[in-house]
Design a protein around this ligand. Sequence first.
Ligand code: ATP
Length: 502
Amino acid sequence: MEDKLNKVVSLCKRRGFVFQSSEIYGGLKSAYDYGPLGVELKRNIAAEWWQNMVTEREDIVGLDASIFMHQDVWRASGHLAGFSDPLVDCNNCKERFRADKAPQKKVGDPLTYLKGGKNGAQELKGTVPSVGYICPKCGAGDLSDERQFNLMFRTSLGPVDFIENLAEAVQGKNYTKKELKQVFEEILTPSSVYMRPETAQAMFVQFMNVQQTTSMKIPFGIAQQGKSFRNEITTEKFIFRTCEFEQMEMEFFVEPGSQTKWHEYWLEERLNWWKKYANNPEDFNTREHEADELAHYSDRCFDIEYKYPWGWDELEGVASRTDYDLKKHSEHAKTKLSYFDPVKIDPESGKTGYRYTPYVIEPAAGLTRGLLAYLLDSYTEEKGVDSKGNEKTRTLLKLHPRLAPIKAAILPLTKKDNLPELGRDIMKKFLASGIAAKYDETQSIGKRYSKHDEAGTAYCLTVDHQSLEDSTVTIRDRDTTKQERISIDEAIDVVQKRLITL
Ligand code: ATP
C-alpha cells in the first residue's frame, strides 16, 4: 500500500501538483513547492473551508494575523518552555528521530540489525531497551537518552549583527559551556522572534479587538488560515509532515459548562466536512486522545484521522482547550481577556450580568496535509483494453469537482479550420460563468484526455467540425469516460450543476 504514496508523489511531479523545493540545487529536504495544479487544488480546499467556516456562518469571523508575533506570546502560551518533542540519536546509524513516533517493541525482545545500518555490513545482535522502542531506520536498540528539542524556528527582528556581538562578548574570556550558553541567550533574547508554529495564538491575543469591533456574542468563533513553521525532528511521508506547512484553524469561544456540547458539535461538523468531498468517506474517522496524550490544558481532544497508505494518522485535531489560553495571555499581558454577558445571571453573585473567561473549542486542520489526503483518496487506477485489444491502465484523480484545479478543459480536435477560435470562445463563456476552464490544444486528443484524467479535470469538451455548424461539443465525464454530444450552453449547465450540488 505504501506503493500508492510513491505513485501519488510521482503523479504530483509529472503533472505539476507538487515539486521538491530548490530542485535544481539538489532540493531542500522536506520543503515543497506547489505547482500550477497544486496551487489551484490547495486554494480550492482553503476556499471551501473558508466558505463553510466563515462566509456561510453568522457566528464566525475571520482574521489574517502576522506570522511574527511578540516573543511574550510564546512565553505566555507555553511554547517557549514546552513546545518540544523528545529527540533521540541512534548510536548505530546516527539517525535522529522522535521517541514518541518510533516503532514500539517489547522490552528485552531480541533484535538483529546491520552495523552502521548499512547493507552488506556485519550483523549485530541486541535487545529492545527499557524505553520500549527502537531506531526507525536501522532497527537498533543502541540509543541516546531522550532530550527535549524545541520546534520553533528562532530568528531576530531588526538590524542586529549577532556574529559580531557574540564574538565581542567571548573574546579573551574563558567561559564554561554553561556560562557561554547564558551569555549567548542574553545577547540573542532581546531581539528574538519566532516563526509561528500554529496560527491559533493570534486568535486568542486579538480576542478583545475582534469581539469589540464586531460585537459578536458568545458563542462565536475566529478563524484563520496560513503558514505555520515547525523545526520537525523527522520530516516524513512527502507533504504529510514538513517544516513549513499551512493550517486552517478556528477558535470557538463558549460559555464555561457548555464546552462538551460544542466539542461534540464541532467534531461532527468537521468530520462531515472532510467526508463531503471524499470518494471513500469511510477512510475518515475520529479517535479520542488517551489521558496520557492530552495536553495539560485540554479537557478533551479528538483527532480526525485519515487512512493513509501507512495506516490511520492525524488530519485535524479537535480540542476542548478550556479557558487556558485566554487566562494565560490575560495574566502575562496584564490585560482583560474576558466576556461580559449583560443578560445572564452571574452564578456566584446571583446578580444579572455575568463576566467570564470563555472556554474554547479548537478545530485545527492541516491544509497541506488535507491536500495529501484528497490526492490519496482520489488516486485511481482502472484496468481496461485499448482500441487494439491491449491491456492498459487508466490513471485518474477522482477529485471532487469543487476541488478539481480545472473544471472543464476545452480541446479543439485540430489546430486549424477555426476550431481554436471557437474553442477559445467557449472557454471565455465558461470563465464568464465563473467556472475554471482551460483551453488546451497540445498533443493528440487521446493524450490530452489522459493528461486531464491525471490532473483531475472534471470534464473535457471536444470541439470538432460539427461544433462549427451546430454549436455542439462532446462532453466527456472524467469518472465514467462517457461522452455525449450536447449544445455549448447545456455543457455549461452540466458542469455548473456538479459544482452546485454537494
Ligand atoms: P503531530 O502529532 O502529527 O505532530 P500535532 O498534533 O502537533 O501533529 P496540531 O498542533 O494539532 O498537530 O496541528 C493541527 C494540524 O496541523 C494537524 O492535525 C496537521 O494536519 C497539521 N500539522 C501539524 N504539524 C504539521 C507538519 N509538520 N506538517 C504538516 N502539517 C502539520
